[in-house]
Design a binder for this molecule. Structure first.
Ligand code: C2O
Length: 345
């Protein structure tokens, strides 16, 4: 039996994994708990193209900042509000719901649910932002952290006067070189030679995430989890483990590691959605290099479902089978030079 949406009327206190304190991550009370089936967008429509943050142009950036500003101005009881959108992450990460009909917590990390759930999360966030600025083609940026040209915190997120800024970050990393092997120790001011070494190590770390997982999606995506089952430390996929480093590297170095370094608060920082854009793109990259062979054929994956609040103010139930490619959700990623060779065969 596949994992499905929780009983939305039974929200409970969530737990901050770091402090072990109870936190409230319940969604706002909805006017109606009617859940509709998600309908993927028509397949003939124009694809929204998500660009990398370091190439986002000033017009795109102005739109993005305006959309986030409008989202931040919404009242707290609006499911579209920035606060509620950010809280969704805590809801499904920190145990605000049990799985329906069970006393096991609903957890979207650490298993084969990680990539599809975050794909949908980002999708609705983008659609709602597009609605707020009346631009159905609006596309969010992604932090292209696997590209040596983008191995630093994208500057667009660093302007303290903008709506996409968050001060609860590691300020030492505002102009530092990204270290994909970071474990809360910085290498200080690296020399040119050390810089080259870090970049090389980053690239080899990226390579390892893909190498040896091509024919073994469990290692890349995360292990299967069925209704009533809990995840554990060994069920994480290699892409999720890599992405955890991005969270650690971006957030504060002091416990409880707000915002990015703690899953309870991570999505409060707009940078979160930049990291997840690239995580989603790397899943797409993985799929394309397997000629879109579906990662898992099991109905327990394809029929697994989540509930989100959509851009039309409706609760929708979304199945994994409907988000297997970005194209199926009406968007794509701009092709950057380092993957040209493999994409256009
Ligand atoms: Cu839900 Cu980056 O984690």
């Amino acid at each position: 039996i596949p994992v499905g949406p929780p009983d939305l009327t039974k929200c409970q206190p969530a737990t901050d994994a770091e402090t072990k304190l109870h936190v409230n991550c319940c969604p706002p009370t909805y006017a109606s708990y009617d859940i509709f089936d998600f309908k993927p967008p028509p397949q003939n429509s124009q694809l929204r193209v998500r660009p990398p943050a370091h190439k986002y142009n000033s017009e795109q950036l102005a739109k993005f900042k305006e959309a986030v500003r409008l989202m931040k101005a919404l009242p707290d009881d609006d499911p579209w509000s920035y606060k509620n959108q950010a809280t969704i992450h805590c809801t499904y990460c920190n145990g605000a719901f049990n799985q329906a009909g069970s006393n096991v917590l609903l957890q979207v990390h650490g298993s084969w649910l990680f990539l599809p759930w975050h794909r949908y999360y980002l999708y609705f966030w983008e659609k709602i932002l597009g609605k707020l600025i009346n631009d159905p083609n609006f596309a969010v940026p992604y932090w292209n952290f696997d590209n040596p040209e983008a191995m630093s915190m994208p500057t667009m997120y660093l302007d303290p006067t903008s709506s996409i800024y968050d001060d609860l970050r590691n300020h030492d990393h505002y102009s530092a070189l990204l270290d994909l092997n970071y474990a809360y120790t910085d290498k200080g001011n690296p020399t040119a030679e050390e810089t080259a070494k870090i970049i090389e190590a980053n690239q080899s770390t990226m390579h390892k995430v893909f190498e040896a997982t091509t024919n073994n999606p469990e290692l890349f995506m995360g292990k299967p989890i069925l209704a009533g089952e809990a995840v554990n430390e060994t069920s994480f996929g290699s892409l999720e483990n890599l992405h955890n480093t991005l969270h650690m590297w971006s957030g504060s170095t002091v416990s409880p590691y707000h915002n990015m370094g703690n899953f309870y608060t991570a999505a409060r920082d707009t940078l979160f959605f930049g990291v997840h854009g690239n995580v989603d793109r790397l899943w797409d990259y993985y799929s394309r290099n397997r000629d879109y062979k579906v990662e898992f054929n099991q109905e327990d994956w394809l029929q697994a479902s989540f509930v989100f609040y959509d851009e039309n103010h409706k609760l929708v139930k979304c199945k994994v089978k409907d988000c297997l490619t970005p194209q199926s959700l009406g968007y794509t990623y701009s092709v950057e030079k380092q993957d040209n060779a493999r994409v256009h065969r």
